[in-house]
Design a binder for this molecule. Sequence first.
Ligand code: GDP
Length: 318
Amino acid sequence: MITVLTGGTGGAKFVDGLRQIVPPDDLTIIVNTGDDLQWWGLYVSPDIDSIIYMLAGKLSQERGWGVKGDTFFCLNAMGQLGQPIWFNTGDRDLATHIVRSKLLSDGKSLSEVTVEIATKLGVTTRVLPMSDSRVETRVLTPIGELSFEEYFVQRWYQDPVESVRFAGASDAEPAPGVIDAIRSSDLVLLAPSNPVTSIAPILAVPGIREALRESRARIAAVSPIVRRAAVSGPAGILMAAQGFEVSIRGVADFYRDFLDLLVVDSQDEMSAEALRQTGMRVHCTPTIMRHREDRIALAESTLHAAMQPPAQTSQELA
Ligand code: GDP
């Protein structure tokens, strides 16, 4: 059994690699919901959608979000009607948001709704939201507090970041199945997702970080930071704002209380050696996922390294 903790972009690419080498029944995906938002009166869960679309083979590879080949007639019509259009929702994507919102207003939980949508799209891998309660990532900037999507999509992450918090986290509970999945897995993988806004909201739900610390599972993370910068997006800016070094060491520090292995890019071999001196197990391999083959190779290399006895270093593996 393998459980993955993930956001929506780097995470979806990593999950794409995994799904091609791990049977669907052996995989559970726990997804960040801190980016969820109300949009045109609908409940949108961007990371869950990216993961489900990826597993269903529907994710747009060019954009990295939304449905492959989607059209944007509704978005244009909403613009003509004077509605905000900064959050791009394609027409087919919109159907998912309408169904999710309808099922939620019928009284179903986010996890029930997620199962229903995934099943209808032919996904057999278990996809769980981190929580059925609302936990909202809030980014404090000089112009005030923004939701993650306002900060990232509407304002192109141009505002200086003072801090990040997860509103509602202290009262939230893990969604059904989350703790069991972590406890009963042989391996827990943290996707190369943004540590601050994709993985930290999951860890902020009471009980999840503790379950990771106590789990008998091996726990491995893939670094979203390569050569002291995020591969894409604001992970570097946000890590620095939270007081972490923007480097593989910063990623290791972020997860140090429960991590058994950090998978880093081959370009970071020198820094990896320094990190090993601090007692962290580090495995170097190409982690940039441009093509299908890169994704599969990273998934294979991560699984292989994670299942080795702890004393074996990646140099011995090579
Ligand atoms: P979000 O929910 O859309 O923010 O998506 P994630 O948090 O899952 O993914 C964003 C993170 O993925 C960023 O921090 C990137 O640095 C990282 N990332 C994106 N593509 C790659 C890749 O090909 N390789 C690695 N190692 N990291 C990546």
